[in-house]
Design a protein around this ligand. Sequence first.
Ligand SMILES: NC(=O)c1ccc[n+]([C@@H]2O[C@H](COP(=O)([O-])OP(=O)(O)OC[C@H]3O[C@@H](n4cnc5c(N)ncnc54)[C@H](O)[C@@H]3O)[C@@H](O)[C@H]2O)c1
Length: 331
Amino acid sequence: MALKIGIVGMGGIGNVHAGVYMNDPLSEVVAVCDIIKERADAAAQKYGCPAFYSVKEMLASGIHLDACSMCTAGKENGGDHYLPTMELLEGGIPVLGEKPISNEVEKGREMVALAKKKNLPYAVNLNHRFTPAAIKAREWVDSGRLGKLHIMNMTMWINNPNETSEHFHIRALHPHSIDVMRYFCGPVKSVHAFFMKGKGRTIWSNVQVNMHFENDVVGHLTGSYDAGGTFGLERCEVVGSEGRFVLEEACEVLTWYDRRSPQKETYVNLGGMTNFGQTFQSRLHKWLEQLTEGVKPEAVDGSGADALAAQEIIEAAIKSFHTHTVVDLKA
Ligand SMILES: NC(=O)c1ccc[n+]([C@@H]2O[C@H](COP(=O)([O-])OP(=O)(O)OC[C@H]3O[C@@H](n4cnc5c(N)ncnc54)[C@H](O)[C@@H]3O)[C@@H](O)[C@H]2O)c1
């Protein structure tokens, strides 16, 4: 039977989630919620379900919800996530939140702790890892095709002229890139970063971060809000003792380079995925599949804990820059 889904925050992304749930046979949209009445009402009309103007009101209505998407935004695109997420988790509802988990890492810790206490599945839309190309590359890592992992290089950059706060760029964009780095190489133990303000900018819109992973991989992230256009979106390379792969634009081109053979292996648009927009379908479908199968909270793919781990690395990078030190993450 289709899962009954509520959506909180009916801006652009809440409506993207709604469209995906409407088209997925595993789900139906049964409630929409926004503190802006017109947004909730418009969505209710579009998706044929009741509108609510607060999470409290939605929960008090007694409507049956198998899970909710949490698509608010706020400061650094994450400032509004905490309260409604805590309300949903307190109400016993599994949550798929948007990234960043929160722009304030302490609040992210509380959200993950509450989900754990309540034994509830809690996921975040870390959609860049949910592409057929990323999944194939991860299979290569898991099967030992790369040999011992040595190096990871990640670039993620877009054009975003917003000047909302000094660390908006790393807090809002790099939950994605860092999650992909962790997806392939595991937990990070130490971080060192430099930031710079791009031409005409008042915020730290460019960053270079070095990471030392727990498995000793040495990794590097290049990030920018002064890119876009012909620069593309992202490039990810993992290098091992036996070979390396390069994954371009999240899903578009995956290439295997054997260390000792000139023969390359290239996959273009694996699984028929051609653009980043389609990652919402693949990510939400995985969440629905996991819920349908009765996933254990600790087995959620792209979990709140994964999103929190990325945010801890982000805060360590900021601290590293402002203290001119290497910052160790707590084990
Ligand atoms: N995963 C991705 O690829 C991706 C891409 C873009 C944006 N995002 C994320 O999606 C989120 C939403 O972005 P957006 O552009 O749709 O934002 P938006 O500002 O357009 O919409 C957010 C909505 O949430 C509502 N809201 C705020 N607090 C609320 C509350 N307590 N209860 C109910 N509604 C509340 C607001 O009124 C607003 O309508 C952000 O966190 C952003 O970082 C993710």
